[in-house]
Design a protein around this ligand. Structure first.
Ligand code: ADP
Ligand code: MG
Length: 564
């Protein structure tokens, strides 16, 4: 075949492969155009999963009749004049590719009426041919209708999934755009039934409530931080309000919803010790960086962006989220001494402590619960132990049940931050331990971390090892099972050094707590335990994310006993 120029409609169809993959990508491009046009309301209707029909209507600035045909031309845009404008561009669009690409793989009708005009004009395009503009009666704004997607490109149509699945993706696209533009009111109807509506009030928490329910919105706390790398603000779920998947994690960079990508790690790391395995936080974080630090032109559909100072941004996100999660209801400094000493029980929190706790919790954004939790500082009487594992305590307006194991785990976990409980405690008689093959592999992997926490183990590579020292936190409580049990708990690899050390700390705390479970605690030790928990940075959860206590309000009890 001789070399020849591709016909324009083939060029368009090839380009369409990049931006128009499926109905959801058409919806994304059209809705972004509406938001770019300053629309206050955008309504989307799809049928047949969007394959049969997509209609997007907005009340934005419209397109003058004379420019309608231009809008369908390749690389025709009203949003960008020079390449330099790209850095820090605020509009969604700038490539002038979406409309011609969509038109090349569907039947497209574009009608628009700028607010000052008496009526609108409409054009239609099919297979690269554009009709003459004709007048239409319509409200100010723009309406784009796309029918029969990929009819001319059966190869692509084959890749589409069932209409319900395609429709589900359209919903996701709208969720992301609604969270990125809280001041725009969105509606989505699927086959004539409205499935999504946001108020456009501008309030992010209201968008969450509109999209995912009031319950989810109520589980969120605000994040707000500024650093040299930029500014981050938004909402994150507080501990205990997490989910079993990452579906409700949203990141908006420079106003654009983007894939969270690897920035999810610093965000999730901020929940360290507050999430159960397999649980994930809910969030929508908006990140703004200086315009020179952001490149949006790295992905045709702009789902990814490039950040010049990604490391600093990661640190900013980590710190910002961590700060908004930490209620820090610290009554006193955490005591360096690891063991609760019988006979040395401090009086329950003084009044000013309670106020500080109240403030901290209030700031934490949980006013109703805060008022209730304050009473915990008011516990002088731990009533006793029940079921071998639970401590029962009475406060002014509630009963509290503590999970002794979880409480111990939390206390030991935070104590392990202190160097002195990690440093080595030499054992009077060294322990000889036989390891399984898997355990000795794990030992080799964690060798450095274990030593940093005070373990002295000899005989690597061999199945019989000698433990000469353990972290001081264990002291005399260390038995021959400690190392094998710890290694079993550590047995999965694949994480980075920070996560590995964090897991070691968690599992050490768990091992220490199981030893304590066998101890019978006297009344003074029980009180001391509750006091130590209250001195923790995060008293509500064990390091694996399980709750440390349950509160039974007297109000609730009255209701349950059917009293008024
Ligand atoms: P881009 O968004 O990259 O500029 P598009 O092909 O998506 O390219 O749109 C081309 C042009 O059509 C836009 O620059 C804009 O001027 C106009 N346009 C498209 N949709 C709308 C709309 N809903 N309201 C007003 N103008 C629009
Ligand atoms: Mg566009």
């Amino acid at each position: 075949m001789p070399i020849q120029a591709l016909p324009p409609e083939v060029i368009d169809q090839i380009a369409a492969g990049e931006v128009v993959e499926r109905p959801a990508s058409v919806v994304k491009e059209l809705v972004e155009n509406s938001v770019d046009a300053g629309a206050g309301r955008v309504s989307v209707c799809i049928s047949g999963g969007g394959i049969e029909r997509i209609e997007v209507t907005d009340d934005g600035q419209g397109i003058p009749g004379a420019e309608l045909e231009l809008a369908l031309g390749r690389h025709q845009t009203s949003k960008l004049m020079a390449f330099d404008d790209l850095m820090g561009i605020r509009s969604f669009g700038f490539r002038g590719e979406a409309l011609p690409s969509i038109a090349s793989v569907s039947r497209l009708r574009l009608q628009s009426r700028p607010p000052g005009e008496a009526g609108g004009m409409a054009i239609e395009a099919e297979g690269g041919r554009v009709s003459a503009a004709l007048p239409v009666a319509m409200a100010p704004g723009t309406q784009v209708t796309v029918e029969d997607l990929f009819r001319q490109v059966p190869a692509r149509r084959k890749f589409l999934l069932a209409p319900q699945v395609e429709a589900r993706r359209v919903v996701t696209v709208l969720e992301r755009l609604a969270l990125a533009s809280p001041a725009v009111a969105f509606t989505l109807a699927i086959d004539g039934e409205e499935v999504l509506r946001t108020s456009g009030s501008g309030n992010l928490s209201e968008v969450f409530a509109d999209l995912f329910g009031v319950d989810v919105a109520e589980g969120l706390v605000p994040v707000e931080a500024r650093g040299e790398a930029g500014r981050v603000h938004g909402l994150v779920s507080r501990p205990g309000r997490d989910r079993g998947n990452r579906q409700w994690q949203f990141l908006v960079v420079g106003g654009r919803p983007v894939e969270v990508g690897r920035l999810r790690y610093p965000i999730e790391a901020a929940y360290q010790g507050r999430l159960l395995k397999g649980r994930f936080p809910v969030y929508c974080l908006r990140l703004d960086v200086p315009s020179g630090d952001l490149d949006v032109n790295v992905h045709p559909a702009k789902l990814e962006v490039r950040l010049r100072r990604e490391r600093e941004v990661a640190a900013l996100l980590h710190e910002a989220v961590g700060r908004s999660l930490a209620p820090a209801p610290r009554l006193r400094e955490a005591p360096p001494a690891p063991e609760p000493v019988a006979g040395e029980v401090a009086a329950a929190g003084e009044p000013q402590d309670l106020f500080r706790l109240a403030d901290a919790l209030q700031e934490y954004g949980r006013p109703a619960q805060a008022a209730a939790d304050v009473a915990v500082g008011d516990v002088p009487a731990v009533l006793g132990q029940a079921g071998g594992l639970y401590l029962v305590a009475a406060a002014r307006d509630a009963l509290y049940l503590f999970d002794q194991h979880a409480v111990h785990e939390r206390i030991h976990y935070e104590q392990l931050e202190h160097q002195d409980v990690r440093s080595a405690q030499l054992l009077l008689s060294p322990l000889v331990v036989r390891l399984s093959a898997a355990q000795s592999q794990t030992l080799a992997l964690h060798e450095g971390d274990l030593a940093a926490y005070g373990f002295a183990v000899e005989g690597f590579g061999d199945r019989d090892v000698v433990v000469r020292a353990v972290p001081r936190l264990f002291g005399r409580a260390a038995g021959p099972d400690l190392l094998p049990e710890l290694l079993d708990a550590l047995a999965q690899g694949g994480e980075g050094p920070v996560e590995r050390e964090e897991r070691l700390r968690r599992e050490l705390a768990a091992c220490r707590a199981s030893v304590k479970d066998h101890d019978r605690l006297g009344p003074l030790e029980q009180q001391s335990l509750v006091r130590q928990l209250w001195n923790c940075r995060e008293p509500r959860f064990c390091p694996h994310g399980r709750p440390t206590y349950l509160r039974l309000g007297y109000d609730e009890l009255r209701q349950r006993f059917l009293r008024r």
